[in-house]
Structures are given as C-alpha cells and as structure tokens.
Design a protein around this ligand. Structure first.
Ligand code: SDX
Length: 433
C-alpha cells in the first residue's frame, strides 16, 4: 500500500493538461494538498471564501478535531491542562513547546510578574479616552502604541527580543485591560502588584479600592485561570490568522497583536461572549425562548443564536463543557445559583439542542455561551467580556507570531481572488458621461 505522500492528487485541466499535486502529511488530522505550484503550472487559483477547506500554514502548536470535540495544546488534551495546569504554565507550554520544569516555570513566572507595570505615558494615553470608550477600542489602541514605547527591542531575529516581547504582551495586557475598566467605571487606576499571581493581580487591579484592603476570592481567581487556559489558543482562528498575516509583512509584533485584538472584537468571533449576554437579556424570560429560536432559524431574519455554532466543532466544543461545570461551581460558591440568566441559558441550550434545525446543522454551545455568565458573576461588565477573551488568547497569538516569524520558509501572506469586476474600458471625459 503506497503512503499517501507518494500518491498525491492528479489534476486534469479543461484542456486535458494534467498535474500531480503532492500531499503533505499531518501528525494527526487531515493531510493537505500542496497547491503552491498550481497557478504557475495551470494558470488558475483555488477559491475558498472564509478558508473553510484551506490550510494557511504548517503549525506545531494546537490541534482541533471538530468531529470528536478534541482540543490539544502541543499534544496535551485541554481537559488535562484544565484539571492540572495553570494559565502561566500553559503559556510556557504554548510559547516554548514543552511543559516547564519547576525552575523554568519559576523563572518564567518571575519574568511575567516583572513586566506588569505600564509607563505613566501609556497611562496618560489611555486616560485620553472618554470614560464611555469601549474597552476593546482602548485595548487595541494602547497595545498598538506599545511599539512606540519598546521600539529598541523589536528585532524579531533576536531570541531575547522575541522573549521580552512575549513577557510584555502577557504581563501588560491585564494592566491595560484593568486600567480601561477603571476608566469606564470612573475609578482611579490601581497599580499591579508583583507579589500576586497572574489572576489575583488582575482581580486586584480591577476591583481593589485604593483606600481599603481588597480580599481576593479564591473561586474568582480559579475561574479566571481556567477561562484563560481554555481561551489560550485555537489553531488558525480569525484573530490568530490576522496576527500571522500582519506579522508576515515584518510589521512589529505589537502591531500584529493589536490587529489580532481588533479581529477578535467581531460578534462572529470573540465578541460573541458579550453578544450572548445581550441576547439573554433581550430574551429576558424562559417563555420567550421559543420565539427567539424561531428567529434564529428564519433565513430572512439576521438574528443568530449567539454562543452557538462553530466553524470547526460540529459535535460539541470541549471548552463549553468545561466552562459549564465551572459556571455551576462559581454560582454555587458565590451563592448566585438561582441567577435567572444562568437558568435562561440552560433552558435555551436544552431547547436549541432538541430542535432539528440546530441538530441538523450541528449547532452546539461554543466557548462563548457560558463564559459571560461567569464573568458577570465575578462582577465584570459585559463590555469587558471580549477583553477577557483577548487576555487568554494573547499567549496563543504570541506563540503563533513566534512560530511564523522564525519559519525559514516564511513568506508574506498575499492571497489572490476571483475577479468579477468590469473588463478593460477606456476613460470617458466628464462631458461624455
Ligand atoms: C469563536 O474559529 C475559532 O476557533 C473561533 C473560536 C476561538 O476560540 O477562536 O472558537 C471563538 O469565535 C466561537 C464562535 C463565536 N461566535 C458565535 O457564537 C456567533 C454565532 N455563531 C455563528 O455566527 C456561526 O456559527 C459561526 C460564525 C461561529 C460559524 O459560522 P460558519 O462556520 O461560517 O457557519 P455558517 O455561517 O456557514 O453556518 C452554517 C449554517 C448556516 O445556515 P445555512 O446557510 O446552511 O442554511 O448554520 C447556520 C447558518 O445560518 N448558523 C446559525 C448559527 N450559526 C450558524 N443559525 C443560527 N444561529 C447560529 N448561531
């Protein structure tokens, strides 16, 4: 039996011209057909809006099996990482490819804790926004400005620059995010504290009052750490592909991450968690669920059930299963278990999953369906939900940028198109139009 890589695909053009397209084999999951020579030899492009069937790159970082609901970071199932690891340890794994030793983890954690502060100039920049500015607008703007503050250390060919960039993104995004929230809520900025863990520090910067001791609730820190692990990476999703594309031109890494933040903001992507809460509040009551499920099924109605469906997962999103369990735990510990919103979400999930439309189209709750209920229970406003998603995904973006920028075969990303515009025509003077 010949190996797949020996047979390939034979393409025959309309003029009978044949071409062999080699297969590139994966470690696990689908192989790819290498079409790099297609245009040169056949004069045609492939066509795949939204890249449903297109592999954009080769990567060692994350594997997803949408049929079996599998998600692995560097080969480790996300369920095991969720049970045994921490966001900082998972960040090390995503960035460097292996789980750290105790000493490596300690050094990495120290590096992150050592870079949480932001300059007063950056704080002044952020304070220039109106207090009602959306925190995602502030996050993307201030992260993009980081290239103005750290331009001496942006040589991607130097490992020490790639490392210091990674520490700064991981460490400063929570500080910037918390500062945006404090501006929105009319409170003064709370400086980071290096004696706190990643999630404890974020809670401190979000909720501490300058004039009194703030006690961090362990369940809040535990829930955030789990959510950040589950949001840390997800293969070539829209925002990660945006980071890779922006970085492929040689643009500085801070600008590439800022581009990823902007892409994440869309309601079809990371903006869905905020949209889920808005949708649940619009539905309002269990008695209205049927009406909204029908709206979601109506082709003439643009309404979609936010938090449902996924480009890759066609059975269940393993992250949603884990988040749902954490939701119960948080609401129980915070004595909010009879939160109407959670009851409404669970009933909506049951109604949708029993409906033929959703079953036939494989539409299941995704990562965004329950996460907002946890954030809300922790006192985080819905406008900050996508910011929280960005904090988790920041390490995935950074890992993919590092993988892309160190790939010796790397090229600038420049897709082609199916042109359907006018054929050539001559200019007409305005008097002749
Ligand atoms: C994230 O890519 C990633 O990995 C993303 C992410 C990550 O970690 O990075 O997992 C995070 O973005 C999760 C997804 C969050 N978005 C939402 O919850 C928004 C609601 N979901 C939909 O917008 C939609 O399901 C998408 C965008 C998530 C997926 O869209 P696809 O794969 O392009 O599927 P599609 O739009 O072609 O839909 C297929 C069919 C369509 O009906 P037909 O045209 O075949 O008749 O399913 C329908 C759609 O109308 N459909 C929905 C629906 N989602 C798809 N109908 C009602 N409600 C929905 N939510």
């Amino acid at each position: 039996m010949k190996k797949k890589s020996e047979v390939g695909y034979r393409l025959r053009g309309p003029d009978g011209l044949e071409m062999d397209l080699p297969i590139r084999s994966s470690t696990i999951g689908p192989d790819v057909i290498d079409i790099a020579k297609l245009y040169r030899e056949q004069g045609v492009f492939t066509y795949d809006p939204g890249f449903v069937s297109t592999g954009s790159c080769e990567s060692d970082i994350t594997f997803i099996d949408g049929e079996k609901g599998i998600l692995m970071y560097r080969g480790y199932p996300v369920e095991q990482l969720a049970s045994h690891s921490s966001f900082i340890e998972v960040s090390y794994l995503l960035l460097y490819g292996e789980l750290p030793t105790a000493e490596e983890l300690d050094n990495f954690d120290s590096n992150i804790r050592g870079h949480t502060k932001i300059s007063e100039g950056m704080l002044s920049f952020l304070n220039g926004f109106r207090c009602d500015a959306h925190p995602m607008a502030m996050l993307s703007a201030v992260v993009g400005s980081m290239s103005a503050y750290y331009h001496e250390e942006m040589d991607a060919s130097k490992k020490e620059h790639r490392d210091i960039f990674s520490y700064r993104i991981l460490a400063k995004l929570p500080t910037i995010a918390a500062a945006a929230y404090r501006l929105n809520s009319g409170q003064s900025f709370v400086y980071p504290r290096s004696n706190l863990s990643y999630c404890e520090n974020l809670l401190h910067m979000l909720f501490a009052a300058p004039d009194e001791y703030y006690e961090i609730n362990p369940i809040a820190s535990e829930a955030l750490d789990l959510l950040f692990i589950l949001h840390a990476d997800h293969e070539q999703n829209c925002s990660t592909s945006t980071v890779r594309m922006a970085g492929s031109s040689g643009a500085n890494p801070y600008s590439a991450i800022a581009a990823g933040i902007t892409a994440l903001w869309g309601p079809a992507h990371g903006g869905a968690n905020e949209a889920v809460l808005n949708m649940l509040e619009e539905i309002g009551d269990v008695s209205q669920i049927g009406k909204y499920v029908e709206k979601a099924k109506d082709k003439n109605d643009p309404f979609r059930l936010m938090g449902f469906g996924h480009r890759v997962y066609k059975n269940f999103d393993p992250r949603a299963t884990i988040i749902r369990e954490m939701c119960y735990k948080v609401l129980e510990k915070l004595d909010q278990k009879d939160t109407p919103l959670f009851d409404l979400a669970r009933e909506l999930e049951q109604v949708a999953l029993s409906d033929d439309y959703f079953r036939e189209k494989n539409l299941y709750p995704n990562v965004d369906f329950y996460s907002g209920i946890i954030y809300r229970a922790l006192g985080i406003p819905s406008s900050m939900f996508t910011v929280m998603f960005a904090l988790g995904r920041s390490v995935g973006w950074t890992a993919h940028w590092r993988e892309m920028i160190t790939d010796p075969r790397g090229k600038i990303a420049r897709p082609r198109q199916l042109y359907k515009g006018p054929s050539a025509r001559d200019y007409k003077l305005i008097s002749e139009r």
